[in-house]
Design a protein around this ligand. Sequence first.
Ligand SMILES: [Zn+2]
Length: 284
Amino acid sequence: MKQTTLKKSISASGVGLHTGVEVNVTLRPAPENTGYIFVRTDLDNFEIPASVEYISHCSYATTLMRRGVVLSTCEHLLSALRGSGVDNCFIDLDNIEVPIMDGSSENFIDLIEQAGIVEQNSPRHVFRILERVVFEQGDRKMSIEPAKNFEIECVIDFPHPFIERQQLNFIFENGSFGKEIASARTFGFTHEIEMLRKANLALGGSLDNAIVLTPDGMLNETPLRFDDEFVRHKILDIIGDFALLGMPVEGKIIATKSGHSVHASLMSKLLKAEHAWEIVEQAG
Ligand SMILES: [Zn+2]
């Protein structure tokens, strides 16, 4: 298998979920072995590679920081790139946060499809798991273990009539991301949103870009996109966060009540356990 990039550049605009800022994003073709690099066009084209080493904090969204320059809420766009099988891409942004679009990865998938994907000359590398690594924090648990494909088994549990316990086993195969995961939207609870706003977060949040849950229902008037849209979105987030490893993963993730900070902790534990993985050319 060869590495891929976009056939041409493509742009969109939107608003940042947490900062509420207007932002333009352009996805550009990138050379082999680039991975994903965010480029702050408003700051002299300062580059922040999408890499575990630049994770800054992970409350409510994954934020990267390099030399004091911040880039927030990168996970849904990275999920779309990884989910589309794009290996190399420059992501130009003229503000601090990736636009939230409709709260899922669907708009980004559409952009990538419009741009088209081309094969490059170098072989694609994968991050192959050789030994199980586990991270646990209270009742949150996440592990990664050897498997032939990229696979995610995810359980979430929220005391809400629309959610309760949801479990899904997702196998990353040709087209499965677009069909089963990409359109699942982010969600929040009304009681949480008040608190977030007080902390200057969720300023761009609206019913156009999130499912907003009241104690016994939801504010959105349009129906859920899947009965289990919530666990699907959690898988979307996991794929986006694990894109920070820099290449496709060959292994199985099992996640119970995980979140961005658990994802980040498992990745850093994994990277330190050098016997637990290897980087190899993808077969096929
Ligand atoms: Zn998300």
